[in-house]
Design a binder for this molecule. Structure first.
Ligand code: ADP
Length: 167
């Protein structure tokens, strides 16, 4: 499996699945969640309403509607609370459970945002290595390419460092 870093907006990605850094309600929010709901259209919210929320670190899948991506995998990452509340394990769970759902749909390409490092304040220098390692260690069958879509320069730099350190 190949890991590719890109600078940009995940809503533009023409991949089998994009991952949404959601919250536990799955009813939309700010940041990447808001951008995905705006781009996908109101039918995404309708489908999400029927899902009954999602626990932190778990994941649920919907259609992509008006997005170029076929599927949206919604996962609430952990809110940073100092690091002693299981945050690293929960972040790892978000990545792994998203990959498991993508495999179930036989996705070949998947794009992740930097889960939890926005409004949830997970430190970027800790989050990036967890993201890279969890994806690298995942036993993929169908997935060929994993994109990390970095919205700003400092996110791109953190994921670049983590990727270089893992090689
Ligand atoms: P969380 O609540 O999990 O922290 P946020 O959406 O606040 O989620 O932030 C997660 C990351 O997503 C941040 O790096 C933020 O800059 C980034 N982001 C915001 N909008 C987009 C977008 N359209 N595409 C990709 N990444 C985005």
């Amino acid at each position: 499996m190949e890991i590719t870093l890109v600078r940009g907006d995940i809503t533009q990605m023409k991949v089998d699945a994009i991952v949404n850094a959601a919250n536990c309600t799955l009813l939309g929010g700010g940041g990447v969640d808001g951008a995905i709901h705006r781009a996908a259209g109101r039918r995404l919210l309708e489908e999400c309403k029927a899902l009954g929320g999602c626990k932190t670190g778990e994941a649920k899948i919907t259609q992509g509607y008006r997005l170029p991506a076929t599927w949206v995998i919604h996962t609430p990452g952990p809110r940073w609370g100092g690091g002693s509340h299981g945050e690293p394990q929960l972040l790892e769970n978000s990545y792994r459970n998203s990959l498991i759902l993508a495999e179930e749909k036989k996705c070949r390409t998947i794009a992740f945002p930097s889960i939890s490092t926005g409004v949830y304040h997970f430190p970027l220098d800790l989050a990036a290595p967890i993201a890279i390692r969890t994806v690298r260690d995942f036993p993929a069958r169908f997935i060929e390419t994993v994109f990390f879509v970095c919205f700003d320069k400092k996110t791109f730099q953190a994921y670049s460092s983590a990727l270089n350190a893992s090689r």
